[in-house]
Design a protein around this ligand. Structure first.
Ligand SMILES: Nc1nc2c(c(=O)[nH]1)N[C@H]1C(S)=C(S)[C@@H](COP(=O)(O)O)O[C@H]1N2
Ligand SMILES: [Mo]
Length: 527
């Protein structure tokens, strides 16, 4: 920077601010806006932080190639990368706002205002929008505009070199103000994140867990019998502990709606619109069902499959109360974080299907990451067309009228879970002791159940495996088969058959569009 001339004579309004300083002013304004938005949201309405609302909107609007790329990164890295991406984009626009404001702050204010409007629009468009949600984006926009105007003004007069009335050099004032704005903004940002990520719903979860424990169930899941699983042989335990239950979703932040605040409309093509609260659900007959859930993205041999005892209400009964109009072939459900999917109405209405609105999972209220306070569950359908977490709304409609999030991204409309099995022992490329080897694994064929699992070693004839004690058709079933193995490399292969006698096809298919198929195989060594 050169400050050799006598700038005191220069008129304030025409003083030039160096480009990097201008860019920095834009960045500080955006940081102040995001930080204040985060803090105010945490204090007023946690779901209304404009930065997250914009990132959620990106998820809602992103094209198939982007979501598939995201999924390939896994459930943590994809979300981190998305947030970094949105932050970089906002930073670029904010820097531009500063750069284009060569003389007056007008152009930059217009751009910062535009960012503010984008945040506001994203918050308003969120599925669970309420009036209180307006506060954070409005405060954020106002703070962003004010910081931009203030720092831009200071920078112009700093270049003009005039001292302040108090004798403080303008330049020092600009640097001090910028540092203060930066520090306060980052503080507000972190504070807001910590507050929102804290124990907001833990009290509510604890209270709901206690109410579920005290509730009388009209349908109890029978105790899991001994011999339902072979964990000593390498299979999973029959019930998956909640922390180990697989997790798949597009949610950047876990919605923090408490059980007391939760309410959901059942509307659309129904005779009687219903508005349900958690109290309403607890006043209905409560059922407990053991269900195995799986994700359509689970590859052959994959681990996106888990089992739990779910407690909740029967979804068919609710729809019978609402009166589903003829032609309403789609149950369109939306979550508090803005995800949405369509479930075939005829499947939900099957008397024996066991579709439910679940509140409890393995003896506690739903864990936050598995849908607290209420999620949907339809045994036998992949999660992406049935298992909406953080349920916000159910509309009876037609498949012609609207499409679910993954259907828009080329995944299937109807997606029954394919009969499948997995080899858990031996692990691929493992070395086991030669001689007697017990091969073991799991199989599932919801809703009918597994009637047979066959195993073959090194291409020899199929042998029928021993099945574990059956729990119900909606759950996985374990299998085991003993072989006498000579030292060397071996390949073991399996195939499962459902209760109707249909064996899973050998044809390999990738998960997209409606689930992976093919006989699993494992290569290992006996030594
Ligand atoms: N709100 C919401 N619900 C959702 C999803 C989501 O992205 N958002 N993903 C679905 C998918 S693809 C699956 S497989 C299941 C996974 O449920 P889990 O994470 O409890 O295992 O949730 C379903 N429900
Ligand atoms: Mo899924």
């Amino acid at each position: 920077m050169t400050t050799t001339a006598a700038p005191a004579q220069q008129p304030v309004a025409t003083a030039r601010i160096p480009r990097t300083v201008r860019a920095l002013i834009g960045l500080l304004a955006a940081t102040a806006a995001i930080g204040s938005g985060q803090l105010v949201a945490a204090l007023v309405a946690p779901a209304s932080a404009p930065f997250f609302a914009v990132a959620d909107t990106v998820i809602r609007l992103s094209p198939p190639w982007l979501t598939e790329f995201g999924k390939s990164l896994g459930p943590v890295l994809d979300k981190l990368l998305l947030q970094v991406g949105v932050a970089v984009a906002v930073a670029a626009v904010a820097a531009l706002a500063g750069i284009v404001s060569r003389r007056g702050p007008g152009p930059g204010l217009a751009i910062i205002g535009g960012l503010g409007l984008a945040g506001l629009a994203a918050v308003v468009a969120a599925p669970a929008f309420g009036l209180a949600d307006l506060v954070a984006p409005i405060v954020a926009a106002a703070v962003g505009l004010a910081v931009f105007a203030l720092l831009h003004g200071l920078a112009r007069t700093a270049r003009a070199g005039r001292p302040t009335g108090a004798g403080v050099p303008r330049r020092a004032l600009l640097i001090g103000a910028s540092a203060a704005v930066g520090a306060v903004s980052l503080g507000a940002w972190t504070g807001g994140l910590l507050l929102a990520g804290g124990t907001g719903i833990e009290d509510s979860r604890r209270a709901l867990t206690a109410r579920l424990a005290a509730a009388r169930l009209t349908e109890r899941a029978p105790a899991i019998p001994d011999g339902a699983a072979f964990p000593e042989l390498g299979t999973p335990t029959f019930l998956t502990p909640n922390p180990a239950f697989y997790r798949i979703d597009t949610a950047l932040r876990i919605p923090s709606t408490t059980a007391a605040a939760w309410r959901m409309r059942v509307h659309g093509m129904v005779e009687r619109e219903l508005t349900l609260t958690v109290d309403d659900l607890l006043a209905r007959p409560l059922v407990e069902r053991t269900v195995t859930m799986t994700c359509v993205s689970n590859p052959v041999g994959g681990d996106l499959v888990s089992t739990a005892n779910f407690v909740g209400v029967d979804l068919r009964e609710i729809f019978l109360d609402a009166g589903v109009r003829p032609g309403a072939d789609q149950v369109f459900s939306t979550s508090l974080d803005g995800w949405y999917t369509g479930t075939p109405t005829d499947v939900v209405m099957e008397p024996d299907r066991g579709a439910m609105l679940a509140l409890g999972m393995n003896g506690e209220a739903l864990p936050p990451e598995h849908g607290f306070p209420v999620r949907m569950l339809v045994p036998g359908l992949y999660g992406f067309v049935s298992a909406t977490k953080w349920l916000a709304d159910i509309e009876l409609t037609t498949f012609g009228a609207k499409q679910g999030y993954w259907l828009e991204r080329r995944w299937a409309q109807r997606a029954p879970i394919k009969t499948q099995c997995r080899i858990d022992f031996p692990r691929g490329f493992a070395t086991v002791a030669a001689g007697r080897v017990m091969v073991a694994g799991i199989a599932w064929a919801q809703p009918s159940g597994i009637s047979r699992v066959e195993v073959r070693m090194d291409g020899s004839p199929w042998r029928e495996a021993t099945l574990s004690t059956e729990v119900n058709g909606r759950t996985w079933r374990m299998w085991k088969a003993e072989f006498d193995l000579s030292p060397g490399n071996h390949t073991v292969q399996t195939r499962a058959t459902d209760m109707a006698g249909t064996t899973q096809p050998e044809t390999r298919a990738e998960p997209i569009p409606d689930g992976a198929s093919g006989w699993p195989a494992t290569i290992f060594t006996a030594a």
